[in-house]
Design a protein around this ligand. Structure first.
Ligand SMILES: Cc1ncc(COP(=O)(O)O)c(C=O)c1O
Length: 366
């Protein structure tokens, strides 16, 4: 895909909305949002998709739709972005952290059951760095203990588990569509995927003042809702990008494996293992090494940057201090926070369809 061509298509789509739009319905939950929701649901293998204002709102609304609130506990992995745990506190429930597994940096499935109490209502799963979690086992535990599974798939659009895409796994599946993501727009945005009709109906009301449609917002507010929609202009950008997503992911994956091959020559590096059941989208390559500074220097001399994405395990963030966790409670999360640097395989650039150029990488790294 020619990047300039894509940008012109985006500008053309945006101009069409600005020039033709007359009524509120052309701008809020407009046609481009409906088109995007249908296309994304199909791509991700879910029945429904609802565009919301951000990935964080997707999580908050999902917790609300599952009826989670004060007095409830929700299990959350100890490594990840703030929002996966912050959303739980935002609805006045309590996040209960579980350590992650060294094999994939996702929640350690073997430690989930121990963390379940009579107050537990749900498990939040994060497909970290684009590698899906072991969903068969997680869904088995959730079913046995009657828990909802809310998935934060913000890193994992296009990834698959046992050949099925993200929309197949979990009660509600949340994605951020901000510009740092594999499918990102020109600003904030998020989406919730659902398969259950009752949950879908709740989500559709939660995002629009508790009413089911725009024309009912003045008289048919059936539940307590908020205003959280994917913008119509944002959806128009995403609609232009979606048809190229698979070819974009293919290149992202190529880069991921090329980095691994090249860095494989350096001793003392560790990264998640590859398994046949998991098709990764190549969003990020997390690298663990005790010689982190050496690696950073080595790569920065070649014009490459590494990022420490999660330098503090989530339970130790200042905002969660009151939960009483202490050093040593999450050994793998601590190791990852201490040693991990993420190789961001794509350039995070709004509207860009360009990812790091492979021949260029080869020449600077080898
Ligand atoms: C895994 C994960 N979940 C949630 C979010 C929050 O998404 P947003 O910035 O769209 O609110 C992010 C943000 O980057 C993220 O990486």
């Amino acid at each position: 895909m020619n990047e300039l061509f894509l940008k012109l298509k985006i500008i053309n789509a945006l101009a069409g909305i600005v020039l033709k739009g007359k009524n509120v319905g052309d701008f809020i939950l407009g046609k481009s949002v409906r088109i995007f929701e249908r296309a994304l649901a199909e791509y991700a293998g879910s029945k429904y998709a609802f565009g919301v204002a951000s990935g964080t709102d997707a999580l908050i609304l999902s917790l609300k739709a599952c009826g989670i609130g004060p007095g409830d506990e929700v299990i959350v992995p100890a490594v990840g972005f703030y929002s996966s745990a912050g959303a739980v506190s935002w609805v006045n429930a309590k996040p209960v952290f579980v350590d992650v597994s060294p094999k994939d940096h996702n929640i350690d499935v073997l430690k989930i059951e121990k963390a379940i109490s009579p107050k537990t209502k749900a498990i939040i799963i994060v497909h970290l760095n684009g590698r899906m979690a072991d969903m068969d086992e997680i869904l088995r535990i959730a079913e046995k203990r009657s828990l909802k599974v809310i998935v934060d798939a913000s890193h994992a659009i296009g990834s698959r588990y046992r050949e099925k895409p993200i929309g197949n796994f979990g009660d509600l599946i949340c994605l951020s569509l901000n510009p740092t993501k594999t499918l990102g727009g020109c600003g904030d945005g998020g989406v919730i995927l659902a398969n259950d009709e009752a949950l879908a109906q709740k989500i559709s009301r939660l995002r629009i003042y508790g009413a089911s449609r725009w024309i009912e917002v003045y008289w048919n507010n059936a539940i307590v809702g908020t205003a959280s929609r994917l913008g119509t202009l944002e959806a128009a950008v995403l609609n232009e990008k979606l048809p190229y997503l698979d070819s974009f992911i293919n290149r992202q994956r190529e880069n991921y494996f090329i980095y691994k091959e090249i860095l494989g020559n350096i001793k003392d590096l560790e990264w998640p293992e590859e398994y046949q059941d998991y098709f990764i989208n190549g969003y990020r390559l997390p690298i663990l090494t005790k010689r982190r500074d050496d690696l950073i220097n080595y790569l920065s001399n070649k014009g490459e940057k590494l990022y420490n994405m999660y330098p503090v395990p989530l339970p130790y963030l200042p905002v969660f201090k009151n939960l009483g966790y202490k050093e040593g409670d999450f050994k793998v999360a601590e190791k990852i926070a201490g040693e991990c640097k993420n190789y961001i395989v794509r350039i995070c650039f709004p509207m860009s369809s360009v990812i790091n150029d492979i021949p260029y990488k080869m020449s600077v790294l080898v």
